[in-house]
Design a protein around this ligand. Structure first.
Ligand SMILES: CC(C)(COP(=O)(O)OP(=O)(O)OC[C@H]1O[C@@H](n2cnc3c(N)ncnc32)[C@H](O)[C@@H]1OP(=O)(O)O)[C@@H](O)C(=O)NCCC(=O)NCCS
Length: 176
């Protein structure tokens, strides 16, 4: 397997996998399939383009040259917020699950965030009912710091969002 930042040459593969994600795991993401299905490829390419300073990056994981998963790494531009990186939209295709790809991708994303000067912690939100993702985040050391009730509404059902944080201190967290 290979892990690397996606770029504009990956736009079509990313869009295919992103639409699969939104169709098959609608309660895992705040975007909906309908929001994203009509997005032009140029727009997708711009969305996944990595920032030169590493502050925005869509990290992809490939199995035999096929995109199998991704996670977005977003560092705010504002000076008062730049110490906290957000991860979003983590996904591994069903055919590749439970083989360690999610953990490898998350650990690579953590290493990327750690490489950015001045970053102190990483935050993310997860549907409280998403036991697989919660188990993965906890396994690499994320700790829950809050819950937003009814944050997500999918087909009339409300879901709480749990907020998780990984403190980095002076380097990679223990176990990564
Ligand atoms: C959550 C997700 C990314 C996990 O990817 P994955 O490649 O299957 O994860 P891994 O194989 O690396 O698993 C790592 C650890 O996560 C936990 N885990 C993963 N899937 C799990 C499941 N179905 N049930 C319980 N724990 C699970 C386990 O602790 C696992 O370690 P183990 O295999 O040694 O028990 C994947 O299931 C997914 O994309 N789901 C749909 C989208 C989604 O929920 N995204 C997260 C949005 S916040």
């Amino acid at each position: 397997m290979t892990i690397r930042p996606l770029d504009n040459t990956d736009a079509a593969a990313y869009q295919r996998l992103r639409l699969l994600a939104l169709r098959e795991s609608p309660t895992a993401f705040s975007a909906s399939y309908e929001d994203e299905a009509g997005r032009a490829l140029d727009d997708v390419a711009a969305r996944i383009a990595p920032a030169a300073d590493g502050s925005v990056c869509m990290l992809g994981i490939f199995v035999q040259d096929e995109l199998a998963g991704f996670v977005a790494i977003i560092r705010p531009q504002r000076a008062k917020l730049r110490h906290a990186v957000e991860f979003a939209g983590m996904y591994v295709a069903p055919a590749h699950r439970r083989r360690g790809l999610g953990r490898a991708l998350l650990e690579a994303a953590i290493a990327h965030a750690c490489s950015l000067d001045g970053v102190r912690h990483i935050k993310l939100g997860v549907n409280a009912a998403n036991t697989a993702a919660v188990a993965l985040y906890r396994a690499v050391g994320f700790e829950r710091y809050g819950t937003e009730p009814d944050a997500l509404c999918v087909d009339g059902t409300f879901y709480d969002e749990e907020r998780y944080l990984l403190r980095m201190g002076d380097g990679l967290p223990t176990g990564v």
